[in-house]
Design a protein around this ligand. Structure first.
Ligand SMILES: Cc1cc2nc3c(=O)[nH]c(=O)nc-3n(C[C@H](O)[C@H](O)[C@H](O)COP(=O)(O)OP(=O)(O)OC[C@H]3O[C@@H](n4cnc5c(N)ncnc54)[C@H](O)[C@@H]3O)c2cc1C
Length: 501
């Protein structure tokens, strides 16, 4: 087989963006994906003909000129994706014991107006909140598709706690809870989450919020087609098992079918710890390995996918986020009896948008809960039954979650045709991480640089990309792809091309 310029391990969003940028820069690219379906968290699954997304329930900043719009346009996605703009109030926050829904609006003016309508005494706090979000986003130039950065300003922004900032601007408990209300978007915890993670995430949706009709897998299909059309190769259903080295450089990747692909550069879209495990022990310093293995990851999740009976449950173009009183920043500290302390609800549209065909309910679940079945492995390519006790565990959790959701959506059960569940083990097996974590490493405002991962490694021709780097999400990993491509090529002129696409 020919030797490629770049071999990319994994076809998640970060890997695919690298593949696209490098192909356009004239590099020959080979991508290797262990799953049958490309895309990592962009994968979809179909149950009773209803499409469910594994990790793209909605995306932000796709209005003309906004950052993801520019990136998607440059990548050739914008005119091919089937998108639906969400309701002006795209997220609704539900507080414990209150009938009312608190809307999060698209557009800063609308957001402020609606928040001030709900909290008329809190105008100063609300305006400070939005102003600070915009300022913080400005401290991260690549987020704005610019290159010149003020390192000190960025460092300063990284040291602010999300919880402490929100609590510093208002004493109103309900406003605090509403502003933190959709923090499942970034696995926010009171102990570690920096405010910049909150700001970069919520800003993109407040700019504009969109659903990918027919699922996020469209993104993976289009991006991989671009690579093939540029002369690259995309290999599915084969895992990179080992990275071969010579004189301190990687020379080839050995795949699960026994073949080896040679390349000049290697980019890993899997976990940093998993990447280092593909290498001989001597190549990475024990201290580096230890540091990476010990990094705290974000929590994992339990997903309940409901297929609705025909014409039963209305379709709405917004999401719901609920949390128990006082637990917005502590949802992952649940115990067996009070689980879940919060949930998110996303709908799958029907053909005419009148009724929903499906609902995804998402709650945190710690990996420890499924550790008992850790030795099992189950994907469509490699099927294994995890056993009856696992099914009983999942059914019990589904009931517990449905009970909690029915407190706010009474009678939901009457609309259910079938339910399907996934646990941290599902994510672990499909994504290839160790614990099914949602969004990679947990960033920590007390140790901001210690929780960031560089795209460069100690091996000169090995690079990392994806959500472990700077930011998770479709936007965050697209930016990771850009950062990794700059690190590999030493060039950054494509950023201007993206900004002006
Ligand atoms: C439940 C959930 C909901 C989410 N909701 C949203 C949302 O609504 N909006 C949003 O913007 N973001 C959302 N996200 C986050 C977003 O989907 C992810 O941050 C992003 O897609 C991760 O991309 P990545 O580049 O890190 O790659 P990943 O998606 O982690 O993919 C890594 C790929 O590498 C492959 N791989 C691993 N090891 C190997 C190997 N040895 N050989 C070959 N291939 C390998 C894996 O199979 C996988 O395909 C969600 C995530 C989750 C988990």
């Amino acid at each position: 087989m020919k030797k490629f310029d770049v071999l990319i391990i994994g076809t998640g969003m970060g890997g695919l963006v690298c593949g696209n940028i490098l192909s356009r820069e004239g590099y020959s690219v080979c991508m290797v994906e262990k799953n049958k379906q490309l895309g990592g968290c962009l994968q979809i699954y179909v149950r009773d003909k209803v499409i469910f997304d594994s990790g793209v329930h909605y995306i932000g900043a796709l209005d003309k000129g906004q950052n993801l719009y520019q990136i998607f346009k440059w990548l050739g996605l914008m005119d091919k994706l089937k998108l639906e703009k969400m309701d002006p109030a795209f997220d609704r926050i539900l507080l414990d014991g209150e009938e009312k829904e608190y809307p999060i609006m698209q557009g800063y003016d609308a957001f402020e107006k609606e928040m001030i309508r709900n909290f008329p005494e809190e105008e100063i706090a609300i305006r400070k909140y939005t102003r600070t979000i915009i300022e913080i986003c400005d401290s991260f130039p690549l987020y704005r598709l610019h290159l010149e950065e003020d390192v000190e300003k960025k460092k300063e922004a990284m040291q602010v706690s999300a919880r402490q900032f929100i609590e510093s601007i208002t004493k109103n408990e309900n406003l605090r809870a509403v502003l933190a209300g959709n923090n499942m978007l970034y696995a926010g915890t009171g102990e570690t989450t920096p405010f910049y993670i909150h700001a970069l995430t919520v800003n993109s949706y407040m700019e504009s919020a969109w659903r990918c009709l027919e699922g996020g897998s469209q993104i993976a299909k289009i991006l991989s087609k671009n690579i093939s059309e540029a002369g690259g190769m995309v290999i599915k259903n084969r895992e990179v098992k080992k990275l071969e080295t010579e004189k301190g450089l990687i020379v080839g990747a050995s795949l699960s079918d026994g073949t080896t692909i040679r390349a000049k550069y290697f980019i890993s879209n899997t976990t940093p710890a998993g990447t280092y495990r593909l290498l001989d022990a001597g190549l990475i310093r024990p201290a580096t390995r230890k540091r990476v293995e010990a990094m705290q990851n974000t929590v994992s999740s339990f997903i309940l996918n409901i297929v609705f009976k025909k014409k039963h449950f209305p379709y709405f173009k917004h999401n719901y986020y609920y949390h128990k009183s006082g637990k917005a920043w502590e949802m992952e500290t649940y115990n067996e009896n009070n689980w879940p302390l919060g949930y998110a609800i996303y709908l799958s549209p029907g053909a005419k948008n009148e009724f929903a065909t499906g609902m995804t309910i998402f709650a945190y679940m710690r990996y420890d809960e499924v550790r008992h079945w850790a030795s099992s492995f189950n994907t469509v390519s490699l099927k294994q039954n995890r056993g009856a006790a696992y099914e009983t565990f999942k059914n019990k959790k589904a009931e517990q979650l449905l009970n909690r959701v029915e407190e706010r959506f009474p009678g939901l059960r009457k609309s259910i045709l079938h339910c399907y569940t996934s646990t941290p083990l599902t994510f672990r097996d499909y994504i290839g991480n160790e614990d099914g974590n949602l969004y990679g490493t947990a960033k920590d405002y007390q140790n901001p640089l210690g929780t960031l991962i560089s795209p460069k490694t100690r091996i000169p021709n090995l690079f990392l990309t994806g959500q472990y780097l700077n930011l998770h999400g479709i936007l965050g990993t697209a930016i990771s792809g850009m950062i990794t491509s700059i690190a590999l090529t030493g060039r950054n002129d494509f950023i201007e091309k993206i900004r002006n696409a």
